[in-house]
Design a protein around this ligand. Sequence first.
Ligand code: ATP
Ligand code: MG
Length: 213
Amino acid sequence: MARNNFPDRVFVTGTDSGIGKTTVSAILMAGLPNSGYWKPVQSGTEDVTDSQWVRRMTGLPETRFYPETYRLKAPLPPHASAAMENVTIDLEKFWVPYLGSLERLIVEGVGGVMVPLNEQHFVLDLMKRLNYPVILVCRNGRGAINHTLLTLEQLRNQGLNILGVVLNGPPIASNRQAIERYGKVQVMAELPVLETINPHTLARAYKDHFHLE
Ligand SMILES: Nc1ncnc2c1ncn2[C@@H]1O[C@H](COP(=O)(O)OP(=O)(O)OP(=O)(O)O)[C@@H](O)[C@H]1O
Ligand SMILES: [Mg+2]
């Protein structure tokens, strides 16, 4: 993918939890020079956080990583883990990070777009507030078309700009074509399972699999 085709800020979301958002973010960090990573809400801090994982796997310096706005201990949906700490997630607290000497910013969401942040707001509302072009990560298997089209419709209803879809996992014939046709969207990558994850394989995955027309 040509570097200059890539917007300076993107929001990486998914059709589900554990779908590959952090993996795709790490690939973008490794493949696009001088990028920063921001996970605005980390729900679950006992294990490796997404920010720590991206840092470890890419080997990039701490200066490329923005601190989370909310770090919540329990690995639950954010509204629930916040409640356990008597915290209410406030959309006003999400400031737009200053890029400084960095060229671009990769923002990773939490779960899918309809994950609640508080009594009124969902991840989708945070996405609207930031208003960055969206990369949607989907599992490339049975159900991919349905999950992808549902999420795309919700994103479009809210006026968000979709940069492209990443189909993650062993390809299923015709999924890509159907998603592009019915979803009126570009599949920017069909990402295979990476046998090993390190700075080299991540940068290679970007080069080999990501294309933006
Ligand atoms: N293409 C891939 N190749 C190898 N491993 C992958 C790939 N995609 C995802 N994984 C692995 O699957 C697991 C879940 O992926 P990942 O953490 O990227 O999902 P996520 O959408 O960020 O999850 P969360 O909702 O917890 O933030 C991780 O262990 C990750 O390393
Ligand atoms: Mg993640």
